[in-house]
Write a protein that binds this ligand. Structure first.
Ligand code: BMP
Length: 360
């Protein structure tokens, strides 16, 4: 790790001002506002549990990490399905959604996996990640796909005010919808999303690309204190893993650093075990899995046992304070606890304390 890189002692709020990627900047501001550098890895079994956890733990976290493909009953409907419902909870509690998809393939394939197919990850996940063993061009391919998606979404949200995570019905059909936005009156076909009330009363036909909202009552609630996230999508490069015997070597990690620097407008940072910011203008964000706290009555900085299947754990104090990462990713440490909301708060406080201590 590069000791004393300026990002290690700069407050998140200050790093927000210098971040190249709008979503990174937003995330740093959100962290500052919520006093949280905690990401929940919501590896539960069913969509119902996932939404329940997102709603209950949302106040403590700034990022919710998903593996959509391990969730039974994931509803793929772009307007009313699980992604849309998660997006609504993200707006309500103020967190970003990170689909831990670990894309790795040729550029064309990842473009399609990212933007189309069953899950349409780009529509509901602000952030995803990539394992770049297939080569750096894959990152550029994903960046291009995200830019095209944003261009299309940008056109669509121009006519609305309050949708934060819009959904495109078709990514690449080239169809424009310039005559469809009549503010809820006139032809009577469409409700404007200038007013949330109007939206819930006159739901758009399924071929409308604009709504990522489900119609469930209460979904229109917005988190106070910060605006909704920008409509940019971001990528984290999987630069290092927490698992024992991981085959990602230094050369691979360095290739991630180069790819990040070459794609600053799309790459937010890394999933890594230590800070990889070394160049003077590096300000990438680092999210780190393999994090657990000992039970409350045990020595705070003691060794934590792995899970017997290769996973290794470190405490927030070590990851944030010593290794210089920014956000800790915690799964079973929270969700297997008898009281997940309280346990999430315990993690939030410990990780935040480690960050504050690092600034001194
Ligand atoms: P847990 O805290 O329950 O061990 O879960 C860790 C989560 O982070 C899992 O979803 C896993 O897929 C992910 N993860 C990891 O553990 N190590 C890595 O290096 C990268 C990951 O994405």
């Amino acid at each position: 790790m590069s000791t004393r890189h300026p990002t290690l002692t700069a407050p998140y709020a200050e790093r927000a001002d210098h971040a190249v990627h709008p979503l990174t900047s937003y995330l740093f501001r959100l962290m500052d506002l919520k006093e949280s550098n905690l990401c929940l890895s919501a590896d539960v079994q069913t969509a119902r549990e996932l939404l329940f956890m997102a709603d209950k733990l949302g106040p403590s976290i700034v990022v919710l990490k998903t593996h959509y493909d391990l969730i039974a009953g994931w509803d793929y409907n772009p307007q009313t399905g699980t992604g849309a419902k998660l997006a609504a909870l993200a707006r309500k509690h103020g967190f970003l959604i990170f689909e831990d998809r670990k894309f790795v393939d040729i550029g064309k394939t990842v473009q399609m996996q990212y933007t189309a197919g069953t899950a349409r990850i780009i529509d509901w996940a602000h952030i995803t990640n990539a394992n770049i063993h297939a080569g750096k061009d894959m990152v550029r391919a994903m960046a291009e796909a995200a830019a095209r998606w944003k261009e299309r979404i940008h056109y669509e949200v121009k006519t609305s005010v309050s949708v934060g995570t819009p959904v495109s019905e078709r990514f690449d059909d080239g169809e424009e919808h310039g005559d469809e936005h009549s503010s809820g009156d006139g032809d009577g076909r469409k409700g404007s999303i200038v007013s949330i009330t109007t939206v819930t009363q006159s739901f758009e036909p399924v071929d409308s690309p604009r709504l990522s909202k489900s119609t469930t009552e209460g979904d229109e609630v917005l988190f106070a204190g910060i605006e909704e996230p920008p409509a940019d999508r971001g990528l984290l490069l999987l630069a290092q893993m927490s698992s024992k015997g991981c085959l990602m070597d230094k050369e691979y990690t360095q290739a991630c650093v180069e790819a990040a620097r070459e794609n600053r407008s799309f790459v937010m940072g890394y999933v890594a075990q230590e800070s990889l910011n070394t160049a003077p203008n590096d300000n990438f964000i680092h999210m780190t899995p393999g994090c657990k706290l000992p039970p409350p009555d045990e020595e705070e900085n003691g060794e934590i046992e792995g899970d017997g299947l290769g996973q290794q754990y470190n405490t927030p104090a070590k990851l944030i304070g010593v290794c210089g990462t920014d956000i800790v990713i915690v799964g079973r440490g929270i969700i297997n606890n008898g009281d997940p909301p309280s346990e999430a708060e315990r993690y939030r406080k410990k990780a935040w304390k480690a960050y504050l201590a690092r600034l001194e």
